[in-house]
Design a protein around this ligand. Sequence first.
Ligand code: F6P
Length: 196
Amino acid sequence: PRPILLTRHGESMDNVRGRIGGDTELSEAGKVYSKKLANFVEKRLKSERAASIWTSTLQRTILTASPIGGGFPKIQWRALDEIYAGVCDGMTYEEIKKNMPEEYEARKKDKLRYRYPRGESYLDVIQRLEPVIIELERQRAPVVVISHQAVLRALYAYFADRPLKEIPHIEVPLHTIIEIQMGVTGVQEKRYKLMD
Ligand code: F6P
């Protein structure tokens, strides 16, 4: 069996301000997480010479990967970028509720299918992840995937065999590694919470 390690990026400045989307840098706590993650990954994948680190193209995931040494190749995938909130990118949930109440309600009613105006839905994200999943399945070596909340919900659901309708509600907390082991007897999961 070989592990797939899934993690969100370290806390970003937008996370601190409650703003969705964007492309901000890491907060102080986020920087601490990036170092703890590097330690964990370097130990966990010590003798795994073919392992690789996959990020999105957004700086918060690239910065989270940056302290990881060990010579592992780092690969950026646009398909791992966070769900794009279109006209709502950069807003807080409160601002959306106040300024675009119909949009807020529509999303609450059907979070899986709801598509942000000029943005994406969960179903859109699930579809664009297909090439990533195919490549993850082909890999024989461990992969560390550093991505975002919505994307990791979809990836996790694929490996953990969770139903489509649950995807937008799966808990994928910050500063936690989800380790998935693909073995002959099925999929096993461990969670490592590296920080509070
Ligand atoms: O708040 C962090 C974040 O990654 C946003 O960038 C993104 O819009 C959101 O989470 C996705 O979660 P939800 O679908 O629950 O709004």
